[in-house]
Design a protein around this ligand. Structure first.
Ligand code: ADP
Length: 546
């Protein structure tokens, strides 16, 4: 058989073997080769399975196309017709003895996923092989060669290793999270759980039980909610996910535990649910902390309400004293005047003429009116309680109405200048109170601008701006401003600097009361350019109470 016939085929190695000058190797020209060598070389060349052959005492090498990729860059094609020792110096200590065993004793070997690092691609690489060495006999029955049938398994071994690492990582993450894990086979309803889940749900075992068993451990009040969440996940809603916080049935004598259950459904290609897999985390501590927080919030709210009530009572006390003082003055002259009038009626010779009597009567009526005004203001004051969340006022309307009411008092020379953000939100103060507050502030401003010295063109402006959580309002005038000693007392009931008959000193106290009840703020300051500025902030309607 010629070299052409022996190395027939169109593969790379067939061509290389045909081109090789075999006569210059220890094997000599192809015609002189024993037929056993030719047979095995033909098998090797025509096999798609990676194969490698060492032949003769020098271990001359043959390999096929399927084997070539395992060389990487480096040994191929020089290895063809070379000797084992020259080609594989880096692993000769491992494979030398194995080849020896085969050549001398015919001992075949088998190795799976064995690490045999080889020099390729310019460096020593970790390469895994599943391979077997077997003897090849010649015509005389003597062992003349070692055939290696092998598969490189590096990529599989490495992916398995990566998979193991990622599983290990996942296991450690789950471990660190403190969560238990579970899995339900949707078709059979059979469930599996890890040790944590088993302990938490007091399950009989880690597997071999139906899902209903776990459901049975859930507090009866929470079962329906859980079933609903699971059903929607299984139906593919919420992207097959569920997240439920639920209570477990307590073991006798123990508190029931809170669990956060998360799950994800897997669907097959047809969209049918196959597996439900998830975690269960004991959140009892967190729940208890949340409950304690809610309780302390509740207590704080109650203390706050009680404090507000006490403040109100103190204020009422102060007011009662103020009222006594305020009412006493008109009351005493009303009383005196009435006594005098009674005596006049009884007297045969009246000491006053008709005009004097009318004037006395007018003074008495004014005294009564003054008392009535105090009583009216007081009634508004004494309405207890906080503003309900449902209280709401449309600022723009209220401001326009208030400035209209005040413009009569101001006369033609002065108008209230309104500068309002478009579309102001609804605030948490009733329309009626809003008008009352604005009328009070504007009337005070009107009183103030009249007193400015030297006299100047009166200017009163209202600006309303939308801010993050409500509305910010400024009421400004160009009056004399507020003296520093007056500033701290401005909002006290009955504090007034106006002459008797002009002010009760209840206006600002009332404004403050309305705004504070609504959860807003009101304060006064002097403008650097002269005049007073009242600054209001009102929360949005529906915002939680103050
Ligand atoms: P009254 O107007 O009946 O005096 P208020 O409570 O409305 O009662 O006002 C209390 C006091 O605050 C006033 O007497 C006045 O001294 C002062 N005040 C209020 N508004 C202004 C203002 N715009 N400029 C200067 N002082 C003011």
């Amino acid at each position: 058989m010629t070299a052409e016939e022996l190395f027939s085929g169109d593969g790379e190695m067939a061509a290389r073997m045909r081109a090789k000058d075999w006569a210059s190797t220890p094997l000599g020209p192809v015609d002189s080769w024993p037929s056993s060598l030719k047979t095995i070389v033909r098998i090797l060349l025509h096999s798609r399975h990676p194969m490698f052959l060492w032949w003769g005492p020098q271990l001359i090498q043959f390999y096929n196309d399927a084997y070539v990729p395992s060389f990487g860059k480096g040994k191929h094609p020089a290895a063809l017709g070379g000797t084992g020792r020259e080609t594989w110096p880096e692993i000769w200590p491992i494979i030398g003895p194995q080849i020896d065993d085969v050549m001398r004793q015919g001992k075949a070997s088998w190795n799976e996923d064995q690490l045999v690092p080889i020099f390729r691609n310019g460096r020593l690489e970790d390469v895994y092989w599943t391979y077997g060495y077997s003897p090849v006999f010649d015509e005389s029955g003597k062992i003349s060669g070692t055939l290696v049938v092998c598969t490189e398994t590096t990529s599989r071994v490495q992916s398995e290793k990566a998979l193991r690492q990622s599983e290990d990582h996942l296991r450690r993450v789950v471990e660190a999270s403190g969560a238990g894990t579970w899995e339900v086979d949707v078709v059979s309803g059979q469930m599996q759980a890890d040790a944590r889940m088993t302990a938490l749900f007091r399950l009989p075992e880690q597997s071999g039980f139906g899902f209903q068993r776990a459901l049975g451990r859930v507090h009866p009040d929470d079962r329906e909610r859980l079933s609903g969440a699971l059903a929607s996940a299984l139906a593919g809603e919420t992207q097959g996910r569920c997240l439920v916080e639920l209570r477990l049935e307590g073991s006798p004598g123990a508190d029931s535990r809170w669990v956060e259950l998360r799950g994800q459904v897997s669907f097959d290609a047809a969209g049918k649910a196959t597996r439900f897999i998830g975690t269960a985390l004991d959140i009892s501590e967190r729940k208890r902390a949340e409950e304690q927080l809610a309780e302390s919030e509740r207590l704080r709210g109650r203390a706050e309400r009680e404090r507000a009530e006490v403040e109100r009572l103190v204020l009422m006390g102060q007011m009662a004293a103020g009222v006594a003082h305020e009412v006493n003055n008109p009351l005493s002259f009303v009383k005196a005047n009435l006594g005098f009038l009674a005596r006049e009626l009884d007297s045969e010779v009246p000491s006053l003429d008709r005009t004097e009597l009318q004037s006395l009567l007018r003074e008495t009526q004014q005294g009564v009116l003054r008392i009535q005004q105090i009583v009216t203001d007081l009634k508004a004051f004494s309405r207890a309680g906080n503003v309900g969340d449902e209280e709401r006022g449309v600022l723009e309307e209220a401001l326009r109405e208030a400035s209209r009411l005040v413009s009569l008092r101001l006369g033609a020379g002065c108008q209230v200048e309104l500068e309002l953000d478009p579309a102001l939100p609804v605030v948490r103060l009733s329309q009626r109170h809003m008008v009352q507050v604005m009328v009070n502030l504007l009337l005070n401003a009107a009183d103030a601008v009249e007193q400015a010295q030297p006299t100047r063109l009166p200017q009163i402006s209202v600006r309303a701006r939308r801010v993050e959580e409500g509305v910010h309002l400024l009421v400004e005038d160009n009056g004399p401003g507020i003296p520093p000693e007056v500033l701290p007392r401005l909002f006290q009931p009955f504090f007034t600097t106006k002459p008797p008959g002009k002010g009760t000193g209840l206006g600002l106290a009332l404004c403050w009361q309305y705004i504070a009840r609504a959860g807003g703020t009101l304060h006064a300051e002097n403008r650097s350019e002269g005049g007073a500025r009242f600054v209001l902030w009102l929360p949005l309607a529906g915002a939680s109470g103050a």
